[in-house]
Design a protein around this ligand. Structure first.
Ligand code: FAD
Length: 195
């Protein structure tokens, strides 16, 4: 399957596979500010479930980027063809206020920038659906739920093994049934943005 991820439902509908998993294109907001001179030293990549933000430096340390680690900020399902590209003022204010608890030297005077991106959340169990489908030649890898970057090597390996029927010492040893299209939802005690 081509990389359709947030657009996957239209393609799955065409082949009658859209009912199996609730895969929702979801708007994700990001804020960034210029790093004020009052913040000195390295800024580590930090995810703070108490204040509900993660942050890191970007642009060679000249900016600070802030995002959310709260499931409540992953609820805005959108039409991927009409994604609002900006960051909402309320979101930016709330997250910068939360960041202030971790970086107390932060000034509120900085110009605020931001944007929205998309990822596809599998609302059932926040795990991807990966592997062959009943349609000959069609393989899926979707619903990474915001973890597509770090899961990519394993997912690529699962798909390659499914297509070739072969595996090597470098391949993942994840059981293909674990993420298969016809699996049962994985039982989770909580569904979090950091799942
Ligand atoms: C806000 C946000 C936060 C995320 N956080 C995380 C995280 O913390 N951890 C994690 O594991 N994953 C995270 N993800 C998911 C991760 O970013 C994606 O799973 C990953 O980037 C997908 O990689 P990709 O190479 O398939 O696609 P992309 O990274 O989207 O790359 C596709 C590239 O193709 C280019 N392109 C598109 N169309 C064309 C065209 N017609 N011609 C030429 N070029 C084209 C695009 O410009 C883009 O550069 C996040 C996603 C978002 C939106």
């Amino acid at each position: 399957m081509p990389p359709t991820d947030p657009w996957c439902n239209a393609l799955l509908r065409d082949v009658g596979l859209d009912e199996r998993w609730p895969l929702e294109p979801t708007r994700i907001q990001i804020v960034h500010i210029d790093r004020p001179a009052s913040i000195v030293g390295d800024i580590l990549i930090c995810a703070d479930p108490i204040s509900g933000v993660y942050f890191r430096s970007q642009n060679r340390g000249q900016q600070i980027l802030v995002g959310s680690v709260l499931a409540e900020d992953e609820r805005e399902t959108v039409d991927p063809d009409h994604l609002p590209a900006y960051v909402d003022d309320d979101f930016a204010r709330l997250k910068l206020h939360a960041l202030q608890h971790r970086l107390p030297g932060l000034s509120y005077a900085a110009a605020v920038h931001g944007y929205s991106g998309l990822y596809t959340i599998n609302r059932s169990d926040v795990h991807p659906v990966v592997g062959p489908t009943p349609v000959g030649g069609l393989y899926v890898a979707k619903g990474c739920s915001g973890h597509g970057f770090k899961l990519a090597p394993s997912i690529g390996s699962l798909i390659a093994q499914a297509i070739t029927g072969e595996s090597g010492s470098f391949d993942t040893d994840v059981d293909p049934a674990f993420l298969a299209l016809d699996r049962q939802p994985i039982l989770l005690s909580t569904k979090t943005a950091l799942a």
